[in-house]
Design a protein around this ligand. Structure first.
Ligand code: 5GP
Ligand code: MN
Length: 332
């Protein structure tokens, strides 16, 4: 931690980045760092590889985010000038999307803050703890230490709460450590409005998103009881018919797991030229193993993802074909 303090104290231009398809933890941890550093007078910038979901667009500092996909030249200039790069909530460079080249070309010192297992990123300091609930929890620890006895600003605390709350599915999983609740208590002391944050995130979706959920569960979910598996697959045409926006399918992959006897679930969504894959599992079934071995991805034991550079039809055919090879990991 000392190393991080010295690096931050000695630098002014600091760039923070996170992963593609950013979720609450990516945006929350990144903006917590951004708000903290700008409050301290640093010239900080948070660059995200692509657009963020609608339900996170209220988080303090969100208007200052530079999106690589829509402003690559501006982002390139900022990255080229950075003295420090902080990478939050991802463990492999491929998660940076098109921004990876500029980050790789930068001579700046690098700090990784992440809770995914098996980090594969070149960094000068790695603050990596797979047992943590979220990257936001690690950012809380880092900022608490950097700020000493000072209580965190409400804006910073709001970002951290958003990350921990979303990455634990509202404290449903990865949150059995009392430490998580000590942190939440401290965030409440910082003046966060917990009820408002939860309302902002869960109660302001579009009508079409909810109808897409209904359609997916009714018409597009296949259950394979012998492999304790269920999956949902959505073509580009179907996604367009429901006016799919960035983040609209987030959380969909969790629904099949609520069926009794289902321990592995997948969501396949068709994009231009590839199929995005999301995996969730219960117990010891290694979703990240399937993602890494078969779908050029990775992640946590129970939440992982990847992609397959084939049509969605070929992707689900392949998925069903390889599934029996993971039978040994299913509950007896
Ligand atoms: P989601 O299904 O919510 O998109 O992703 C769940 C988790 O899977 C993420 O937290 C991340 O760890 C991992 N993940 C998702 N997509 C990819 C991917 O394309 N590559 C890698 N390495 N991990 C991914
Ligand atoms: Mn996370």
């Amino acid at each position: 931690m000392n190393g991080v303090r010295q690096m931050i104290d000695g630098a002014n231009r600091i760039v923070i980045t996170s992963h593609k398809n950013p979720d609450g933890d990516a945006v929350g941890s990144g903006l917590a760092l951004y708000n903290y550093l700008t409050d301290k007078g640093k010239d900080a910038c948070f660059i995200l590889p692509d657009l963020m979901p609608q339900n996170l667009k209220w988080i303090p500092g969100v208007d200052s985010i530079v999106t690589y996909k829509t402003s690559p030249e501006e982002a390139d200039k900022i990255i080229a000038n950075a003295e420090i790069l902080i990478m939050a909530d991802f463990n492999s460079s491929s998660r940076m999307g098109d921004a990876v080249k500029s980050f790789d070309a930068s001579p700046a010192k690098r700090i990784l803050i992440d809770h995914h297992p098996f980090p594969e990123i070149r960094t000068d300091v790695a603050y990596s703890r797979p047992e943590a609930s979220s990257t936001s929890e690690l950012v809380y620890e880092l900022l608490s230490e950097l700020s000493g006895a000072d209580v965190l600003e409400t804006t910073v605390a709001t970002c951290i709460f958003t990350g921990i709350m979303t990455d634990t599915g509202c404290f449903n999983y990865n949150s059995s450590s009392p430490n998580v609740f000590h942190i939440i208590a401290n965030l409440l002391e910082s003046g966060i409005n917990k009820d408002q944050i939860i309302d902002n995130i869960f109660n302001h979706f579009s009508e079409t998103r909810l109808r897409l959920l209904g359609f997916s569960l009714y018409k597009k979910m296949k259950v394979i009881p012998e492999y304790q598996t269920a999956y949902i697959w959505l073509t580009k045409k179907e996604l367009e018919a429901f006016n799919n926006q960035q983040g609209d399918t987030e959380g969909l992959v969790n629904y099949p797991l609520t069926i009794d006897g289902i321990n592995f679930s997948a969501l396949f969504t068709e994009k231009d030229g590839l199929t995005k894959c999301s995996f969730r599992s219960r117990g010891t079934f290694p979703a990240n193993k399937v993602a890494a071995e078969r779908f050029s991805g990775g992640g946590h034991l129970n939440a992982a993802g990847g992609e397959f550079h084939k049509t969605i039809g070929k992707t689900i055919y392949y998925f069903e074909k390889v599934l029996p090879e993971y039978e040994q990991y299913l509950e007896k």
